[in-house]
Design a protein around this ligand. Structure first.
Ligand code: SF4
Ligand code: SF4
Length: 461
């Protein structure tokens, strides 16, 4: 096997690799080469990369380590090596696993390289064909037995609230015992937000004033378990803007975590269930307030393209998906905004900014609130290190990225950090707490809700 790290610093695949990539060789040989014939990454997409390096400085792992094989260009090179017949080595898998899937490279690439497609197909191959260590397998099994199941996550609320209220959390934090004994558990514990109780929204909420649209709404897994107040605010804002909101019970996961981690079959199961639940509701739009979920929901057509029973239904469903900010700007405001004299730092969640190209809409909505000022955060393109469950699987570099983002946020001097993804909220909040700093946090929906209801700044601080 060729040493996959041998080209560090050059990034240029040797000519024989390029030839093989152009030929698009992928194996169906039962495991000797990196990829089998079941949706291997596309050689055409690999050959779109001209190795210019414009993506390097936006890549969080390249920024951390300066390693070519932990850059987008390096990973594309490794995919090319796999397509040329190299086996899937531990080293290759590590470089693929290190990718946060933040898609900053897709935004930065002047050649339009579809790295998102490449890494998704590569990850599905890795999950099927690579033997992970026992510890890694156990951790991933535990994560995927918990996070995509909102009911199981909700069961954690009671014990977690008791732990936070009893003072045990502070005591454990002071001893540092958890960090030493169980770093993964320590990471999960540090990410847990302060829980608040709000009633679950009803299955159907009427528009206030004339109806402008009927929208189905995703309640989500982490969002519904740990940030129910964000869902409540979302419903109120949609109703105030003239939407009938449909929130049928029995919603499961949208499949985002699974598809972003190579668990395609699992993601397809989740997707089929969600489509069945909503497709007969008569909704005009399907609204999502979590960036990671929105980006994968918009790709349902591609996820189920090979399923004859669902391909066209999935494409029709995906065409209705809108991020909350995207939909509100599309509809235009009708509800009166009351002043909120507050300074806000807006953080672009990667799966909103890079994966969905939604950066202007949330800023336009915030700018529409009288007396609110938005302050820019430096290095906005660099991921905060949350990236789905990447921060649980990679706690040390995730904390470094979180600290970097926390510094940039605190340097704005803003009173409130606003973002549109529960993972980012937890990650940046934990990093700010680690530094002994403090800043109030809110989802865009909560800021709009406070303004529309005339609650005043104190509702957000
Ligand atoms: S998705 Fe993010 S972490 Fe992965 S290669 Fe692209 S920029 Fe780097
Ligand atoms: S910017 Fe695009 S073409 Fe240039 S090295 Fe990165 S992925 Fe390849």
């Amino acid at each position: 096997m060729a040493d996959v790290d041998a080209t560090h610093g050059t990034g240029n695949p040797p000519p024989d690799v390029l030839r093989a990539v152009e030929e698009g060789r992928a194996s169906g040989d039962g495991g000797r080469t990196a990829f089998d014939a079941d949706r291997p990454p596309s050689a055409d997409l690999v050959s779109d990369c001209v190795h210019c390096g414009f993506c390097l400085t936006t890549c969080p792992t390249y920024t951390l380590w300066g390693e070519e094989m932990d850059s987008p260009r390096g990973r594309i090179h490794l995919i090319g090596q796999g397509l040329s017949g190299e086996p899937l080595s531990d080293s290759m898998v590590t470089h693929f696993d290190n990718c946060l899937g933040c898609m900053a490279c897709v935004t930065a690439c002047p050649s339009g390289v579809q790295y998102d497609r490449l890494i998704e197909d590569t990850r599905a191959q890795v999950e099927r064909r690579h033997d992970r260590t026992g510890r890694d397998r156990a951790l991933r099994t535990a994560i995927f037995a918990l996070f995509p199941y909102p009911r199981r996550l909700r069961l954690l609320r009671g014990p977690l609230r008791a732990y936070q209220k009893s003072g045990l959390q502070k005591l454990v934090g002071r001893t540092g015992l958890l960090d030493r004994l169980a770093p993964t558990l320590a990471t999960l514990e540090s990410l847990a937000p302060r829980l608040v109780s709000v009633p679950r929204p009803p299955a159907r909420v009427q528009a206030r004033g004339p109806r402008r649209a009927v929208v189905g709404m995703l309640t989500g897994c982490v969002q519904s378990a740990f940030f129910p107040e964000v869902n409540s605010a979302t419903v109120r804002v949609l109703a105030a803007e003239g939407c009938n909101v449909l929130i049928p019970s029995g919603q499961g996961c949208c499949g985002a975590l699974s598809v972003h981690n190579g668990r395609r079959a699992e993601a397809q199961r989740f997707a089929r269930k969600l489509i069945r639940l909503f497709e007969t509701t008569g909704m005009d739009y399907f609204v999502v307030n979590a960036a990671g979920c929105g980006s994968s929901l918009k790709e349902y057509g591609e996820l189920l393209a090979d399923d004859p029973a669902y391909a066209s239904r999935a494409a029709a469903f995906a065409a209705k998906v809108r991020d909350l900010a995207e939909l509100l700007v599309e509809l235009g405001p009708v509800a009166k905004r009351h002043p909120l004299p507050i300074s806000v730092a807006y953080h672009d969640a990667c799966h909103l900014g890079h994966a969905q190209g939604i950066t202007a809409q949330p800023r336009a909505l915030l700018a529409g609130i009288p007396e609110l000022t938005v302050r820019p955060i430096s290095e906005p393109e660099i991921c905060c290190g949350s990236a789905g469950v990447w921060n649980v699987l990679n706690p040390v570099p995730a904390a470094e990225l979180g600290d970097r983002k926390a510094s940039a946020v605190l340097a704005t001097g803003a009173q409130l950090l606003v973002t549109a993804n529960p993972g980012c909220l937890m990650q940046v909040a934990a990093a700010i707490r680690r530094r002994g700093g403090s800043i109030a946090l809110a989802h865009t929906a909560q800021v709009l809700d406070a303004s529309i209801r005339g609650l005043g700044v104190s509702a957000l601080l």
